[in-house]
Design a protein around this ligand. Structure first.
Ligand SMILES: C[S@@+](CC[C@H](N)C(=O)[O-])C[C@H]1O[C@@H](n2cnc3c(N)ncnc32)[C@H](O)[C@@H]1O
Length: 245
């Protein structure tokens, strides 16, 4: 009752009643989906003998206070549904590609990627506490669908990281704040120019909307957006474009 009274008072005070209602609806719907998602995430953990489901603030995971905001403040695992939808939009011979999850947290995306026959799977993570959990998870992970056993979590900053040579699928689930995402993309774009022969595909996902990253993808010269959906987008260099559906 008290909560309803508070909400009504807030509504009365708001200058833009329509946008107040829109925001309320948006966040309530997100909270509802989020709760449902936690149950699915916990099922993933039980099924595969890992610990990835629970969110954690980056400060609690060992990121220095000055660096927390550039990583969006919180660890949260990607949903299986969005991962499969995004991966379903590219058509590649995975065995020729290395898969890199940028901001790999406790490793859930690495495990989901191992359902595909990638040559190798790497995760780069700058929160020491999350990296340690990922290393333990790699040791305990089990799955009947697994097609790649070479999974390596790396502790480090994505902005200082050089991806391995050869064809690449880079994957990002809302890991970096927009300015840092732009810096990372520009670095990858320059690398793509100097290694024009190798296919590079980058998949960016956001459980709410890719529009949250703003114009970070604008103005790239070698990596071009080839697919844009509400919750993921795919960019690729020329050498990879033929591989993407
Ligand atoms: C939304 S979580 C996604 C975790 C993982 N990809 C998954 O879906 O299970 C984003 C992750 O990116 C990491 N991160 C943010 N900025 C980073 C950076 N500059 N270098 C490496 N990791 C970073 C955070 O610590 C966090 O674990």
């Amino acid at each position: 009752m008290d909560r309803i009274r508070k909400l009504l008072a807030e509504f009365r005070r708001s200058d833009h009643k329509l946008s107040w209602l829109r925001d309320q609806f948006k966040w309530r719907y997100f909270a509802f989906r989020h709760k449902k998602q936690l149950r699915l995430n916990l099922m993933f953990d039980r099924l595969h003998a890992v610990d990835t489901a629970h969110e954690l603030s980056l400060a609690a995971a060992g990121v220095p206070a000055a660096d927390v905001a550039r990583g969006n403040g919180v660890y949260r695992p990607l949903t299986g549904e969005l991962f499969r939808e995004a991966m379903g939009s590219i058509d590649i011979d995975a065995s020729a590609f290395t898969f890199v999850d940028i901001g790999s947290g406790k490793g859930k995306v690495l495990f989901m990627a191992s359902d595909y026959p990638f040559k190798r799977i790497v995760g780069i993570e700058y929160a020491a506490g999350l990296h340690e959990v990922a290393v333990r998870n790699v040791a305990s992970y089990r799955s009947e669908r697994r097609q790649c056993t070479d999974i390596e979590p790396v502790y480090g900053d994505a902005l200082a990281y050089t991806p391995p040579p050869g064809p690449l699928v880079l994957f990002i689930f809302n890991a970096l704040a927009p300015d840092f995402m732009r810096a990372l993309l520009q670095k990858l774009d320059t690398d793509a120019a100097s290694e024009a022969g190798r296919p590079v595909i980058l998949i960016y996902t956001n459980i709410r909307s890719v529009s949250e990253i703003g114009g970070a993808f604008d103005g790239l010269r070698n990596l071009q957006t080839i697919r844009r959906k509400r919750r993921f987008l795919v960019i690729a260099n020329m050498a990879a474009r033929a591989s993407v559906l």
